[in-house]
Design a protein around this ligand. Sequence first.
Ligand code: 5AD
Ligand code: SF4
Length: 494
Amino acid sequence: MLELTDLKVHDESRQGEAYNPSTGKPLVLGKRFYIESYGCQMNFADSEIVASILNDSGFDATSYPEEADLILINTCSIREKAEQTVRNRLQTFREVKQDRPGMLVGVLGCMAERLKSKFLEEEKLVDIVVGPDAYRSLPGLIQEAESGQKAVNVLLSREETYADISPVRLDSNGVTAFVSIMRGCNNMCSFCVVPFTRGRERSRNADSIVEECTSLFNQGYREVTLLGQNVDSYYYYPDIPGNGPARPVTFAMLLERVADISPALRVRFSTSHPKDITDEVLYAICRHENICKYIHLPVQSGSTRILQLMNRTYTREWYQARIERIREIIPGCGISSDIIAGFCTETQEDHQDTLDLMKQSRYDMSYMFYYSERPGTLAARRYTDDVPLDIKKYRLDEIVKLQNRMSLDSNRQDIGTVCKVLIEGDSKKSARDWMGRNSQNKVVVFPKKDVSFNKGDYAIVKIKECTGATLIGEALAKEAIAEGSGDLKESIFS
Ligand code: 5AD
Ligand code: SF4
């Protein structure tokens, strides 16, 4: 018997996560779908839009693929390994289908365009293929597939933002949620497949974003992360007929509008591009206690020569100046990065530049990868993938080791300090401890003891010890919103 629900697919913690209906309500709508997601947070947010579209057309979710009428995999193309993982899952589902001929299998997301004919015709792995801008057509495609046709829609759009669709929150802790504010990317970093799989950049209607965040807050959520491939280039022209030219909404303005919903709603955002993050955004972070003091600012490489080949459009010095500006305007800001080891033509000296820049930037955390050539990208067309795999892996290992040391150092410096933690739930290791995050996005764990905290509460925590990945502390106080006012009030209980 196939162990479909026992997913061991990827080391990043959310990879392959499946929909787990949190309501506990009986399934009433007839047919059921099962959805599994891979890749970045945008993909996870897209699965929530797909769930909403399917709910509206009469499908209920299940977390058991064995009982699903429709199995969907929301795929990622960013590195070869991600694609391989999805292929393995599709093979497994094909075997299930042999016992259940009526069941449909669909591929969504970034692999759709590139591999549509392979999946549908050559390998006959799937019945439906839908690209990231075509989810509204899913109900029609399901009908086509039910009548035995191959159902495909991988058209990319210049307008689609799914602004009017209320996502169904999947695998939610009820405290933190992702809100998509834009789609696509115009940057054309030479290593990256995203501009090809997700299309041109477009910004979502600002009012619909504020409405979605307000509704989340009213449902009890206490943190929203505004998502886009390049949030700093968010730019929305409101359409106000008859009122003359409207003032465009920039990312800094959007951040402040969301922060103004309530001081008890934390706001995060991801991802920022070093060339686009403005001082205006940094000042907005400073002005609002509830905009988290944390910036994910991927550098990719510390060598100006490699950055040029990557088409990142900034130099090492420009990047350093942005980091200095962040530290100057927002003292104590958490900073993290993405780093690629072994890009085309990278020498030992370029690699050393990356290690040096990491040290100067003092990242609290990084996502680290070795270069994986993606078909169709600028780098695949222009350059030779000439760094041998063992050297890529060796350099990546050095980068990871350095980051681990820096993360531990950064956490050690927090020992003895006091921070405000939004409680997300039980700690993974013990139900006797709470787990949450501080403003800098560091994971904080502390004993529940006999204090009456709930998920979604803010706790004032004194940090006592740490590991490289976690701060361990003790709650000193509970922070609550005073009834009828927007003010934060502390109630000291120890
Ligand atoms: N190879 C390795 N890493 C990549 N990334 C994007 N494309 C590639 C690739 N072809 C990394 C970048 C990016 C993150 C989301 O994934 O660091 O910021
Ligand atoms: Fe890819 Fe660069 Fe766009 Fe990020 S900014 S999605 S790395 S092209």
